[in-house]
Ligand binder design. Structure first.
Ligand code: FES
Length: 168
């Protein structure tokens, strides 16, 4: 087993007793109700903050459903994530207006100044970069969403300022 894989498995919530108890409690409390899969995944996301592949496999086993069914739900809904997210989430709108309005250049700048890629979190755990669908502010393209705040007309040279605010 590679060192990275070992580390990933060691730090999985299933291996941390207090988190394991939370996971089991969520499953035990909801396993018998209609629509248990969705309820349990929602609770895992809310209480643990993410649903790792190991947690997906464990949930599938406990619910006696195919792993593909759990994985399909987790990957379909953007609400779910499979790894810990940063303290702040920066989402880049990939709708048509924003894309045409220069989103790719903005993303390139963000990757450069944060040193991380879209879908990942900075090493200090502060910022996660993600993409999202149109947020309905197309006239303000290109648009990003910082935590819950929608920011419009964010040109690449403005991104360092956005970042600085988050780092304060
Ligand atoms: S396309 Fe980005 S807000 Fe609509």
């Amino acid at each position: 087993m590679t060192k990275l894989l070992e580390k990933i498995l060691e730090t999985d919530p299933l291996q941390i007793p207090e988190l394991r108890r939370v996971i089991d409690q969520i499953i035990d409390d909801n396993i018998a109700i209609p629509g248990a899969t969705m309820v349990i995944l929602n609770e895992l996301q809310s209480q643990i903050g993410y649903i790792t592949p190991a947690m997906q496999a464990y949930t599938a086993k406990r619910l006696n459903v195919p792993l593909g069914a759990i994985h399909g739900v987790v990957t379909f809904y953007s609400f779910f994530c499979t790894q810990p997210r940063g303290k702040h989430i920066v989402k880049f709108c990939m709708g048509t207006a924003c894309y045409v309005g220069g989103m790719q250049q903005l993303i390139d700048k963000a990757k450069q100044v944060t040193g991380t890629d879209v879908g990942n979190t900075t090493e200090d755990g502060l910022i996660t970069l993600e993409v999202c669908r149109c947020v309905g502010a197309c006239s303000q393209a290109p648009v990003i969403v910082v935590d819950d705040e929608v920011l419009g007309r964010v040109k690449p040279n403005k991104f360092p300022q956005v970042l600085k605010k988050l780092q304060e």
